[in-house]
Design a protein around this ligand. Structure first.
Ligand code: HEM
Length: 228
């Protein structure tokens, strides 16, 4: 494959999807781990310190630029693949294979990805924009000032069932998207041995379940008053 074909051929696009997908999976591990600090029951101190570290150091800030580029590339290539597949399908099969050929969520990656994109627009607006652009209240911890991102989360989730519902839907979409995406990325990158594939599929299931449940429990526990 020539370099230029990475963005134009179907195989090239799938490679880009696989590699950016694995990068985004790594981001989700860091994100869910950092956010889990809200359950430290210390009035958000550990969470605010960890978020401060991510927001103020050069390496995470450079990674942040890579992260946004990764999301953009993943979405654009995903929409292009979806569009290509749809126009192929229009020429169509005489009989629909239904669930026999593939699972519903594997055939719905485009729509699940689009739901996640809408979730991300709302989400970035809730936290990233105040944290990096418009400003947040400060809190003093051990004589040092930090952004009070923890209080911002409480404000967003505490009295807002609609927002909590939308976040829960976002996490459900993420679960189905990851359930297919996790193992698909490894297949695209060349894992074909059935034993490894079975291991990757099981790891993908556990990963999707744990990460999406933990994310969904964050807004829910603030709304329910389990963390204050
Ligand atoms: C559902 C529970 C979630 C909560 C409570 C949450 C909370 C947050 C907070 C507080 C920030 C701001 C961090 C900062 O500015 O330092 C943030 C940033 C971000 N979140 Fe989430 N998040 C959740 C789920 C997700 C999911 C599922 C995704 C991806 C699919 C995601 C993607 C992002 C991105 C891309 C950023 C900006 C990253 C950065 O530049 O630091 N989040 N999130």
């Amino acid at each position: 494959m020539k370099w230029s074909e990475i963005f134009t051929s179907s195989v090239g696009k799938k490679w880009v999807m696989g590699l950016t997908g694995i990068f985004l999976v790594l981001f989700l591990i860091v994100h869910v781990g950092l956010n889990a600090c809200i359950w430290a029951m210390d009035n958000g101190e550990m969470f605010n310190r960890a978020a401060h570290f991510m927001g103020s150091n050069a390496v995470p800030r450079i990674l942040e630029v890579g992260l946004f580029a990764g999301f953009l590339l993943h979405m654009i290539q995903g929409w292009m693949l979806e569009w290509q597949n749809r126009s192929k399908r229009k020429q169509g099969y005489a009989v629909s294979m239904g669930n026999q050929g593939s699972k519903w969520y594997s055939r719905s990656m485009g729509i699940l990805g689009t739901l996640l994109f809408l979730f991300l627009v709302m989400h970035i607006n809730h936290f990233w924009v105040p944290s990096r652009i418009t400003g947040l209240d400060a809190v003093t911890i051990d004589g040092k000032q930090y952004h009070d991102l923890y209080r911002e989360m409480l404000t967003v989730f505490q009295n807002n069932p609609l927002v909590v519902g939308l976040y829960t839907l976002g996490c459900i979409s993420l679960f189905w998207h990851l359930l297919h995406g996790f193992q698909s990325a490894f297949r695209t990158l060349g894992v074909t041995n059935p034993r490894y594939l079975a291991f990757i599929e099981n790891t993908g299931l556990v990963f999707s379940l744990v990460v999406c449940t933990a994310f969904a429990l964050m807004p829910i526990s603030m709304y329910m008053g389990w963390v204050k």
